[in-house]
Every structure is written in C-alpha cells, then in structure tokens.
Write a protein that binds this ligand. Structure first.
Ligand code: 4FD
Length: 224
C-alpha cells in the first residue's frame, strides 16, 4: 500500500516512524511519500496562500500550487482523499474498503481552507474522522494511514485483525494477565480453566454485554 501525503507540515508525520507502523515502513509493507505543497510555489517567497475573494478572515491555499503538487505524484489511478470536517464520517467499514486500494493520496487542508476549484478538480472522496474541528488535516491523515495499514498483509497477525473490536461489529471482551489478584480483584475463574470452548463462549457473551451497555447504537447499526 502506498500513501502520498500533500501537506504544508510534512514533519508532523514523524509519528509514523514508531511502533507497528514504523516497522511496516521498515519492512516496506507500506510506503509513505511526503509531498510538501510549499515546494510547488512558483513565488520567490514560497507563498502558497492568498486572501479570500469576497473578503473575510484567514488565507486560502491557492489552487495552482496544490494542483502542481498533486500532478507531481503522476498516478491517475490513485484515489484522492480530502480530510475535512465536511466529509463523510470515517468508520471501520470504510477502513476495510480503502485497504483494498493500491495507492491513496491524502490532501491535508487547513482551517482557512483550499480554493474550491482544485478540490472539485482532483478529490475523489471527502472524509472526516469525527464531528470536531482541528487545525489541520494532518492528524486525520495519520488516523487513516494507521487504521488502513493494519489491514495490509504482514502488518499485524491475521488473528488480531479479525478478532478485534468492530470487525465483528462488537466491542472487545476484557483481557487479563498476571497477577491473579490485583488489589483484591480476581481474574475471572473461567479464563484459568483451560476450557477453550467455554472461554470463547464467555468472551462472546462479554462482547455483546459490553456493546449493549457502552455502545447500543452499534448493535442496531450492524448492517452498515
Ligand atoms: N474532523 C477534520 C479534518 C480537518 C480539520 C480543515 C477544511 C478545516 C477536522 C479542511 C476545514 C480542512 C476532521 C482542517 N478538522 N481541519 O476529520
């Protein structure tokens, strides 16, 4: 899986050099290409934004600069995603759908915004990671990369991908490790029984119970 990121702040993505995603990069299971939009400014002062037509506060990213940055990627088949609070809200089924793509281009905007014409020209899909506003699309882009990379063959063990929360539409059952007694709280007896059939049954019941208590909306929403 290849991710190309169009951003004014490529250094923010150093977070992806850690842990599981960092290892996936080292193993070349995923490729993360950072494209600094500022490098495509034709201006001697590297100017990338200008004041909005019609007036108002803030600055707008100029369409030609964003377009030239996009064109430098030179892959017609890549899907272009714009991270914005106006997008369709991201969920695990969208993660699984996007994990089937070969190449995703993630366009990171800022609060002021991007000239609408380049969005209309290049964007295939607008996605939001939730109903709140951030200063930029970089953290949402990292959320997509992290969640999608987990479905790339070899990044995680197969079991962990399929067993976990949301893949079956339910929340995870609780987990325990040593010690058996922690501040007077015991590990559930059944987990020490070695009876795997009963353990699986208990875990399924717990999953359903936890989902009903914490996220009853997920039970009705299972078709999504
Ligand atoms: N909820 C999200 C995405 C981006 C963002 C921005 C237009 C603001 C939240 C385009 C307005 C980008 C989200 C940057 N905030 N802020 O996914």
């Amino acid at each position: 899986m290849k991710f190309s990121i169009l951003t004014l702040f490529p250094e923010m993505f150093s977070a992806l050099n850690e842990s599981i995603i960092g290892r996936a990069k080292e193993k070349e299971l995923i490729d993360i290409e950072l494209i600094n939009i500022r490098n495509f400014s034709k201006d001697k002062h590297k100017k990338v934004d200008d004041t909005p037509y019609g007036g108002g506060a803030g600055m707008i990213l100029m369409p030609d600069v964003v377009y030239n940055a996009y064109k430098s990627i030179n892959d017609e088949k890549a899907k272009v995603i714009y991270l914005s609070p106006q997008g369709k809200v991201f969920n695990q089924s969208k993660v699984q759908e996007l994990a089937k793509e070969n190449h995703l281009i993630l366009l990171c905007g800022h609060y002021e915004g991007i000239d609408q014409r380049v969005i209309d020209e290049i964007v295939d899909e607008e996605i939001s990671i939730g109903d709140y506003v951030l200063t930029g699309g970089e953290i949402p882009a990292m959320v997509l990369i992290d969640s999608i990379s987990r479905y790339v063959e070899g990044v995680l063990s197969k079991e962990s991908t399929q067993e976990e929360s949301f893949s079956n539409g339910l929340l995870e059952y609780p987990q325990y490790t040593r010690p058996e007694n922690f501040l007077g709280r015991e590990v559930p007896e059944i987990l020490k029984s070695g009876h795997h059939e009963n353990i699986n049954k208990w875990r399924k019941e717990k999953s359903l119970e936890i989902t009903m208590v914490k996220r009853p909306d997920l039970i009705r929403k299972k078709e999504d």
